[in-house]
Design a protein around this ligand. Structure first.
Ligand SMILES: NC(=O)c1ccc[n+]([C@@H]2O[C@H](COP(=O)([O-])OP(=O)(O)OC[C@H]3O[C@@H](n4cnc5c(N)ncnc54)[C@H](O)[C@@H]3O)[C@@H](O)[C@H]2O)c1
Length: 225
């Protein structure tokens, strides 16, 4: 058997095993069906408020708590809740570690983490250890060890982690992905992306550069920049 076929077989088998494990975890959570999910938000800056806007539109979600040391961002987020006619969340604004009190609360099932990058992993792990499901903004992990720390914590507590990456689901990215799959079916596709924030731009708008590289048994034969 060639090395390529072994690799493909390995990927198929591990993908099937991962899907089975993921499904069993999802079923375990689905069995305790609730009518409303109680969500806490750690970091109610610009991205946190964007999540808040979506959460406030839902009848099956109640936003129960905020953690953020920035009083201006908190005031803006609390106004959004008030304008939506929803109950005011509990607030944890006593410094950078006050999110630890948010994750302890009984009225929090899940947390959205929309803080600066260096906080994502400690906050996700604190949420998992408190039995809460974290949704973590990009980048999530900075070091390889961060990835293992989250995987190990998630497996130990049997709590899933949602990475809140959205760019890979954008219509233009998916269109390119589907075109590639149709033209060259049965290929492994690796998406390499870089995400950089240019703070010197007037709008602070994130600049994306996405590289799609199609991996074949041969050296890469299609690169889209
Ligand atoms: N997925 C996307 O498309 C997308 C878009 C924009 C930003 N983001 C990500 O969202 C995150 C937040 O970005 P932003 O633009 O909202 O930044 P921001 O500076 O507007 O907001 C970050 C907030 O986190 C708060 N914070 C900092 N340390 C904290 C702590 N220890 N505990 C609680 N709160 C804390 C800050 O006070 C601030 O209000 C970043 O990780 C960024 O990469 C993702």
């Amino acid at each position: 058997m060639s090395r390529t076929i072994q690799r493909r077989k390995f990927i198929r088998q591990t993908a099937a095993a991962s899907a089975a494990i993921a499904l069993s975890n999802i079923r375990a959570f689905a069995s305790s069906k609730v009518n409303q999910v109680k969500v806490g938000i750690i970091g109610v800056g610009l991205r946190g408020q964007s999540h808040l806007d979506l959460l406030l539109r839902r009848d099956d979600v109640v936003v129960t708590a905020f953690a953020d040391p920035d009083q201006n961002m908190l005031a803006s987020a609390l106004k959004m809740v008030k304008d939506a006619g929803k109950p005011q969340p509990a607030v944890f604004s006593n410094g950078n570690e006050d999110y630890l009190n948010l994750v302890k609360r009984d009225d929090v099932d899940a947390v959205v983490i929309a803080t600066p990058w260096e906080w994502h992993i400690p906050q996700a792990i604190a949420a998992i250890k408190a039995g809460k499901i974290p949704g973590v903004e990009v980048c999530g992990a900075i070091k390889l060890q961060d990835c293992w720390d989250v995987v190990n914590a998630s497996e130990a507590a049997n709590i899933p982690v949602m990475i809140l990456e959205n760019v890979c689901y954008r219509r233009d990215i998916l269109a390119v992905y589907n075109m590639v799959r149709k033209v060259i079916p049965d290929l492994q596709v690796m998406i390499r992306s870089s995400f950089s924030l240019t703070f010197n731009m007037p709008t602070n708008f994130p600049v994306f550069s996405v590289t799609l590289m199609v991996l074949t048994p041969l050296p890469p034969r299609l690169v889209i920049l």
